[in-house]
Design a protein around this ligand. Structure first.
Ligand code: GLA
Length: 390
């Protein structure tokens, strides 16, 4: 949908649902991780990119303490009072908005009630962090309505807290950080311990392409929490020998090998993946800006092999997609994205071959799985902020 069409659509919906016009417009992007699966909660590195798919909220303050939000994508409405914020299992998407309200209010920020319409071009539940985009857009809106100032990093941290403590998903900082701090035109090398990001160029001939398996993933499943616990266990065992190890970010492969016998097999494999993946993030940052195709291909392949064999977050649909991506014209490299278990994957493609790459991936994946994928190029877009009103 083009910008003007999207603006008319949200305006029409606002007029229809609430009457009149919105006075506040905000946006927050989704993200794709180019390298660094599950490294964030190990305080490691991620090469991340905010994408040109985002969530918009258009809103108008209300005189009372009620928040009424309407989702165009879902055709649903959630209404709640800022004085009585309760989860609703029947409308979980509303919990992201409520969680942000709950956490910011608990931190002492004055919140206004509002009528709002939400529209997302980030596909929902596909691994591109539509939930973090909704949290961050909500926070930016409350800030705008309340007229208070807040550090961008604090927005990301409080939104993460909303997801951890209110929604109940124990995610790391990757998604919220990227949605807040994303950079127009380049990737960001995120250090999840120091919470700093470094702009990282992508050589202009290389296009990032999302390849959505459309195999449903569910992050609140036990697998995510289980892997987190295994990483913590691995770090704790290694810390018994090397007290300077606080998380797997601090551990080397040599240290892991030296104490391999102390770790349960599954914990050893998880730890190996994280230690290697952290290294690959730094290496890919260099390779992507230099346009070193051979290195990009090798790093992405090693990341996927580790995700499949060591971290065990792959599913058959992802293997079919890997084959489809790597077999398509213009492919430089390809790997998993997000938490795994289906959802979106990511390919690095020769920019001038994208037109051939996209249909080839679609055909090959459809043939091997019977499922219709979504394949589309994305570019790096700015982090969350205020939109100029229509
Ligand atoms: C999800 C989580 C992130 C991160 C990724 C895996 O997107 O929300 O915090 O752990 O999975 O890298």
């Amino acid at each position: 949908m083009t910008g003007p069409d999207r603006r008319s659509q949200v305006l029409a919906r606002f007029a229809q649902v609430f009457g009149g016009e919105p006075s506040h417009w905000v946006r927050a992007p989704g993200r794709v991780d180019l390298m660094g699966s599950h490294t964030d909660y190990n305080q490691g590195f991620v090469l991340t990119m905010s994408i040109d798919r985002d969530i918009w909220i258009v809103a108008r303050p209300r005189p009372d303490r009620v928040v009424a939000i309407d989702s165009i994508n879902l055709g649903e409405r959630v209404t709640f009072s800022l004085d009585d914020i309760q989860r609703d299992p029947a409308a979980r998407w509303g919990d992201y908005v409520k969680g942000v309200a709950h956490v910011f209010q608990a931190e002492g920020y004055a919140l206004h009630g509002f009528d709002g319409v939400i529209h997302s071009t980030v596909p929902l539940s596909s691994g591109l962090s539509s939930s973090a985009a909704l949290e961050v857009a909500t926070a930016v809106l409350f800030r705008d309505l309340g007229g208070w100032a807040i550090e961008p990093l604090q927005v990301a941290l409080l939104c993460q807290r909303a997801e951890n403590s209110f929604v109940g998903v124990n995610c790391g900082i990757l998604d919220q950080y990227t949605s807040v701090h994303g950079r127009d035109g380049c990737a960001v090398l995120l250090d999840c311990r120091h919470l700093t990001g470094q702009a990282t160029a992508i050589e202009p001939g290389i296009q990032v392409v999302i390849c959505d398996t459309r195999f449903k993933r569910e992050l609140s499943g036990s697998e995510y929490a289980e892997r987190r616990a295994q990483c913590e266990q691995g770090a704790a065992i290694l810390a018994g020998h090397h007290p300077e190890i606080r998380t797997l970010r601090d551990a080397s492969l040599d240290q892991l090998d030296a104490h391999a016998g102390d770790l349960p097999d599954v914990v050893r494999r998880r730890a190996r993946f994280i230690i290697e993946e952290n290294r690959r993030v730094l290496d890919l940052a260099g390779a992507l800006s230099a346009g070193d195709r051979a290195a990009i291909g090798a790093l992405a392949a090693a990341s996927f092999a580790g995700a499949r064999d060591l971290y065990e977050i792959s599913v058959p649909a992802m293997e079919s997609m890997m084959a489809a991506m790597l077999g398509a014209p213009g492919a430089i490299g390809a790997r998993q994205a997000g938490a795994g278990f289906g959802g979106c994957m990511v390919a690095f493609v020769e920019r001038d071959r994208v037109g051939q790459f996209v249909p080839a991936v679609r055909d090959a994946y459809r043939q091997s799985t019977g499922r219709e994928p979504h394949v589309y190029p994305v570019s790096a877009s700015a982090g969350a902020g205020v939109l100029a009103p229509a």
